[in-house]
Structures are given as structure tokens and as C-alpha cells.
Design a protein around this ligand. Structure first.
Ligand code: TA6
Length: 333
């Protein structure tokens, strides 16, 4: 996918799409207006848990994605066979300002406690809006159903992080059931100040049993061990397996990471651009007990594999844009 699709800005395009009234926010790949679909709509807006607005993307073969406007949070991704690929806690609290436990929280503009903000920043507990900006090329290159979301700071946000940003996120479900998250952050500050942020897609992948899972693609890499004051170490295993609390930030990782689940007989393939680091996290049995919105024993059913930009924070001058892209697909083992 062309990385410029989310960021480029053209007034004419905006105008054109407004006139065509593509529901002011969503486009189907063949440009069919959402409200006229005869069978199941490829893009549906409904009320989810606690009445929070939810967008569901579906493909003919059966794959689907659910996204909450609260946090621009993907809570479900199913393949053609209807298998759920993301973990969502049974005790997830769908009640702002608590972030949703599971799915794909957006960590922005601060990863963990690496700055003055609350841990993991605020994007995951803000209400995003649907974005009315589209570029014609996107219809061709996206090749799927998608929703465009936008986050801008409120006056309250500016008090804790005084930077006028625009965060555009396109979430696409391809005809083959792949999930694509394309992010664009722009420095929209007019007073000429650069800003710096860290970022992660805090993805909770659904697995049969954490102790059986293998993460491939991180061999020989340096990592920061979050459980040891982020001391820098080198991974000497070819394949990562997890048998207790685990919280490493792998640095300068390859573009492709694979998560093998022998019991489910499937591999989840993660491909990324602009997101050099990968956090691998699981709380393990003891720590899990302290996480109030995680059900008993649920720690076994997920591994967080988080495509991120942490070690080298991103700095944007006024008008500059940063792009990140993440793609998930599955393969039978
Ligand atoms: O990304 C890993 C991590 O930062 C862990 O250290 C762990 O605390 C986790 O995220 C969950 O954070 P949360 O704020 O969602 O409870």
C-alpha cells in the first residue's frame, strides 16, 4: 500500500467526496454507498457494549473487524473461518476513561511511563471521530473495506500535552481477510514548535496457551528488559517462548514477525513499516492477578506483540507527518 494515502492532503478531493456524500466517513472499495447495500453491509455502524459506537467491517468470505470509536480500538478480527484472532478480556471495561483490555489499543503519544503523561498516553481513551478526508488513490490501493478515523487534541489534552496534532488512522479489511492499520500523525501546530512522541499498537493476539507459543523474527536482536529497569540485552534464542512474566522491547526489528500457535495450527504474520521496535509482553500468572480487568487464567490466552516506535522517539516539525503501517495475516501451520 502506498504510504502516502493517509497523509496527503488535497482540498479538491475533500470537496468531491463531500459532494458524493460517502456517509462523510466510510468508503467501500467499489465506492458503493454504505446505506444502499442489499445484503450485509460491508461497513456498519452500530452500538456496542455500553452503547459505545462500533464500526464493523465485513468481507464476503466471512472475515470481519470490529472497531470502537472509543480509542479507535480494534476489539475483534476474524478470519474467513470465523476464528477470532485477537484476545479480548472477559472482564474488559467498556467505560471511559478506562482503556479496553485486549484487541489493539493505540499507544500515543507516550509509550509506558517514558514521559510525563499517564502510562501509554491518551489516544486509547479518547473518543475518535470518523474522518471525511479521502484520497482517490486509496480506493484502488486499499483493495478492501475500510474506515478512516481521526483524533485531534481537545483543549483539555493541550493542557497535559501542548501540541496540536492530527492523528489519522485507516483500518482496512482486505478481501483475503488481512487487517491493515495505516497511521499518519501530523504536526498541525501553527506556532512553529516541533513535538516528539512514542507509539505502539499494543496488540493482544489470541493464543491457545502462552507456554506453547513461539515468536519468530527477533533472534540476535538487542532488547530492553522492562522487568529489569530497561537494561539492554541481546536475544540469544532463535525462537522466543514464554513461561513466566515477560516484557521486552526488541529494537530495530525486521519488517516481518511471526507468532506460531501449534495448538491452533496457525501462524499470525505481522508485517510493518515505520515501526522499528516490537514489544513482547505477557504478565504471567502472578502479575495477571493484579490486573483488575483480566479474568482468572486469561493471561494464558494472549501474547501482546506490539509494533512500536520507542527507542528513537519520532520528532515532527510544524507541518511534518509521520507514517506507520501494520498488517496482520494468518497462515495454517
Ligand atoms: O507494553 C507492555 C506494557 O507496557 C507492560 O509493561 C504492561 O504493563 C502492559 O503494557 C499493560 O499496560 P496497561 O496500561 O494497558 O495495563
Amino acid at each position: 500500500m502506498n504510504m502516502h494515502i493517509v497523509c496527503s492532503s488535497k482540498q479538491m478531493t475533500r470537496l468531491l467526496h463531500t459532494i458524493l456524500f460517502f456517509s462523510a466517513f466510510v468508503i467501500y472499495a467499489d465506492s458503493e454507498p454504505v446505506q444502499f447495500c442489499k445484503k450485509k453491509c460491508p461497513v456498519e455502524v452500530t452500538k456496542g457494549v455500553n452503547g459505545l459506537e462500533k464500526v464493523t467491517l465485513t468481507q464476503n468470505k466471512g472475515s470481519s473487524v470490529e472497531v470502537y470509536m472509543y480509542g479507535a480500538h480494534v476489539t475483534s478480527w476474524k478470519n474467513d473461518q470465523g476464528e477470532e484472532l485477537l484476545f479480548l478480556s472477559n472482564k474488559a471495561i467498556f467505560s471511559p476513561p478506562k482503556p479496553i483490555r485486549g484487541g489493539i489499543p493505540i499507544v500515543f503519544p507516550q509509550f509506558s511511563n517514558l514521559g510525563p503523561l499517564p502510562s501509554h498516553g491518551f489516544a486509547r481513551n479518547r473518543l475518535w471521530v470518523r474522518d471525511d478526508y479521502h484520497h482517490p488513490d486509496t480506493v484502488r490501493v486499499a483493495d478492501g473495506v475500510f474506515v478512516d478515523l481521526l483524533l485531534k487534541p481537545t483543549e483539555e489534552d493541550l493542557k497535559i500535552w501542548p501540541h496540536r496534532f492530527e492523528f489519522r488512522l485507516r483500518i482496512t479489511l482486505t478481501p483475503r481477510g488481512e487487517l491493515i492499520m495505516a497511521s499518519c500523525v501530523k504536526n498541525a501546530d501553527t506556532d512553529g514548535q516541533p513535538f516528539t512522541f512514542t507509539f505502539a499498537h499494543h496488540t493482544y493476539l489470541s493464543v491457545s496457551d502462552i507456554s506453547k507459543v513461539e515468536v519468530k523474527g527477533l533472534a540476535k536482536l538487542d532488547y530492553l528488559d522492562n522487568l529489569q529497569n530497561r537494561t539492554r540485552q541481546t536475544e540469544n534464542r532463535d525462537t522466543i517462548t514464554i513461561n513466566s512474566q515477560f516484557d521486552n522491547i526488541y529494537l530495530s526489528t525486521p519488517k516481518k514477525i511471526e507468532v506460531l500457535d501449534p495448538e491452533k495450527k496457525r501462524t499470525i504474520v505481522i508485517q510493518k513499516e515505520g515501526l522499528p521496535d516490537v514489544v513482547v509482553w505477557n504478565p504471567g500468572e502472578e502479575k495477571a492477578k493484579t490486573i483488575e480487568d483480566l479474568g482468572e487464567g486469561e493471561y494464558k490466552n494472549f501474547v501482546a506483540v506490539e509494533a512500536a516506535a520507542i527507542e528513537k522517539p519520532v520528532t515532527l516539525k510544524p507541518g511534518e507527518e509521520w507514517e506507520g503501517r501494520l498488517e496482520f495475516s494468518t497462515r495454517r501451520l
